[in-house]
Design a protein around this ligand. Structure first.
Ligand code: KIV
Ligand code: NA
Length: 267
């Protein structure tokens, strides 16, 4: 397809195929991911952590998300670009959510939004979808609620959790959500949710049975410092690559071996 759309993700689910998603926050990374053929790119509010150094996702604003989202969209030709509704931009009412979603679409050109929360937000999903904005739900661990959930922990371990998770996911689907993302959910529960839903699911720390998989790029490419979450597979060690390159440049400048004659201009 020229541009991946919800219909292609639905077709993947219908035909038993998978799709992949990475976060991106800037033009050039988005370009690389798009050229690599990723079906979907997420402008996550994890930008609060990865790009801005905040300890949680709570401080990032809609205006800041708009800067990242516009940059990512300009780097893509084929990927479907989704953007998180940040904390404070949707909770109060379906109207608030829809106004935020419309701003994102209008000012950045994203193709859909992702919103944390389940059943409680079905009216929000309905109004945004009716307004023409595809919505991906996000259940399980929802980082914007970490103060209520008691920190980063696997969700769905209590009695009856599978039924609850299926109910939440189904409510989002029935309200019009084109997909439901699950974060840090036991693999067996994620499988049951995927099997119960008509629409595709996306997982992060949710096992292998979801339709799609998503990772934060700085985790996946090893730019992040410190301990990786258990659910990450690290495909590169960018932190070491970049660090060595910067040291090389630093060394050459101090030694006077950079710039060389070929880097200069004749008068
Ligand atoms: O903000 C984000 O990066 C996310 C993904 C990890 C799902 O919401
Ligand atoms: Na997010």
């Amino acid at each position: 397809p020229n541009r991946y759309r919800t219909v292609h993700l639905q077709r993947a689910k219908d035909e038993g195929r998978r799709f992949a998603m990475l976060t991106a926050y800037d033009f050039q990374m988005a370009q690389v991911f798009d050229e690599a053929g990723l079906e979907t790119i997420l402008v996550g509010d994890s930008a609060a952590n990865t790009m801005m150094g905040h300890a949680t996702t709570l401080p990032i604003t809609l205006d800041e998300m708009i800067v990242y989202a516009g940059s990512v969209v300009r780097g893509t030709r084929r990927a479907m670009v989704l953007c998180d509704l940040p904390f404070g931009s949707y909770e109060v009412s379906p109207q608030q959510a829809t106004e935020s979603a419309i701003r994102l679409v209008k000012e950045t050109g994203i193709h859909g939004v992702k919103m944390e929360g389940g059943e409680r937000y079905v009216e929000h999903v309905r109004m945004m979808t009716d307004a023409g904005v595809p919505v991906m739900g996000h259940i399980g661990f929802t980082p914007q609620s970490e103060n209520v959930l008691g920190g980063y922990r696997v969700q769905g371990r209590s009695e009856g959790a599978a039924e609850t998770m299926i109910r939440e996911a189904t409510a989002l689907q029935d309200a019009g959500a084109f997909a439901v993302l699950m974060e840090m959910v036991p693999a067996d529960i994620a499988r049951q949710v995927d099997e119960s839903l008509r629409v595709p699911t996306v997982g992060i720390g949710a096992g292998p049975h979801t339709t799609g998989q998503v990772l934060v790029w700085q985790d996946m490419l090893g730019l992040r410092a410190g301990k990786m979450p258990r659910f990450v597979r690290q495909y590169a060690d960018l932190r070491a690559v970049v660090s060595e390159a910067v040291s090389g440049f630093h060394h050459d400048v101090l030694e006077g071996t950079f710039p060389a004659p070929e880097h200069g201009f004749e008068g």
